[in-house]
Design a protein around this ligand. Structure first.
Ligand SMILES: *Cc1c(COP(=O)(O)O)cnc(C)c1O
Length: 381
């Protein structure tokens, strides 16, 4: 449905390629699907997934809150009309000056994972609500976070006690399992740790109010993923098991699962070639690559569904690459892709479910190629 409307827009307007087209009604649908599947958790949309002002506006109208990571994202959200009390500064890596900016903008919820940041928050964002992020290193995320964020549960207990002593308003524990998580059980370990931290804090007279379960809910690219409702069920039963009759409020910070399906990238084939007469693979070079928005093809982590006007005709194996003079600007050489033998220079190639982590990752002008343009369609405009 949204793909049809996007294609109709592309046929009518023939915008320059490459470009991303977002169907705003599909963004609203994506929000409702995620909200319903993960209820009663409250939704804070992770702005970095797609920071287009139109997207932020639609989600604000739907009642979403927002996970922001910098003064730039705060300004973007406020400019789009978002109320500052619906923002949460979820980045644990922030300059003291950025905390001051956020506080002056009206942001009153923050996540931290270190003593230093805790003290800076107490000083520069007094009485704000705080989550302490714990490290949950669960395997299975297709774009994992490694050990960059979060602290051990023991340290989280100490830091949240410190936060309470310093006059901050203890929200509770946060964690993030990594993006595009295809195993609904991935949240189990974090919820168990959060319950341990909560029980330990209670013994010291500090009550947590909520657990922030982060993002990571997946989108179907080439491979099927479990339905979102399954994530809601597994999380719900895990919270009941670990927290019993006094469950905390829950928050989630989905990005990808809300916007990915709402976007399609139209690209153009620049060149189709073979490296030798006996080469089994054709090389297909597109006018979009790693630097114009397909950063998530790094290590071929995300394998997008592709579509051309020749679909259904005879095809053959291909290596797919971007247009820049960087040897790493190859999208797929290990992941087996096949494209129609009829594909020629000037043909369009569409990249599906491309609404998340594309335009926001595009470089300013590497090799003179402009960043990915975004167009929007839909009634919610
Ligand atoms: C990126 C990010 C998210 C969103 O992750 P998705 O995989 O897009 O759902 C949520 N929370 C935090 C802290 C993040 O950094």
């Amino acid at each position: 449905m949204s793909t049809e409307r996007i294609r109709a827009f592309l046929e009518e307007k023939q915008p320059a390629t490459p470009c991303l087209v977002i169907d705003l009604d599909a963004v609203a649908d994506g929000y409702r699907r995620v909200r319903d599947a993960l209820a009663p958790a409250r939704v804070l949309y992770a702005v970095k997934a797609n920071p287009a002002p139109e997207v932020v506006r639609v989600l604000a109208a739907e009642g979403a809150g927002f996970d922001v990571a910098s003064p730039g994202e705060i300004d973007l959200a406020l400019d789009a009309g978002v109320r500052p009390d619906t923002l949460s500064y979820g980045n644990t890596i922030k300059k003291p000056a950025d905390i001051t900016r956020a506080y002056e903008s009206g942001v009153r919820r923050f996540t931290f994972d270190s003593e230093s940041d805790c003290d800076t928050l107490a000083e520069r964002a007094p009485r704000s609500g705080v989550w302490c992020r714990i490290l949950v290193d669960v395997p299975g995320a297709q774009t994992p976070f490694g050990r960059k964020f979060g602290c051990s549960p023991d340290l989280a207990v100490r830091l949240l006690r410190r936060a309470a002593d310093a006059g901050l308003d203890v929200e509770g524990v946060a964690f993030h399992v990594g993006s595009q998580h295809v195993d609904p059980a991935a949240w189990e370990a974090g919820i168990a740790s959060a319950a341990t931290v909560s029980a330990e804090l209670a013994r010291h007279g500090v009550e947590i109010k909520s657990v922030n379960l982060g993002g990571g809910f997946p989108t179907r690219y080439r491979d099927d993923v479990p339905p979102l409702a399954r994530y809601g069920e597994v999380i719900g039963s895990s919270v009941r098991r670990h927290f019993g009759r006094t469950p905390p409020e829950l928050y989630v910070e989905p990005g990808r699962a809300i916007v990915a399906d709402a976007g399609l990238i139209r690209s153009e084939v620049v060149l189709v070639s073979r490296k030798s007469d006996v080469d089994s693979h054709r090389w297909v070079y597109l006018d979009i690559g790693r630097y114009q928005g397909l950063a998530e093809t790094e290590a071929e982590m995300i394998a997008y569904r592709l579509s051309t006007a020749h679909d259904g005709t005879a095809d053959g194996p291909v290596i797919i690459a971007g247009p820049t003079c960087d040897g790493d600007d190859v999208l797929y050489q290990r992941t087996p892709y096949r494209l129609p033998l009829a594909l020629r220079t000037g043909d369009h190639l569409d990249i599906l479910s491309a609404g998340a982590y594309t335009a926001s990752y595009a470089s300013v002008s590497f090799n003179g190629f402009p960043p990915l343009a975004t167009h929007v369609v839909g009634e919610s405009r």
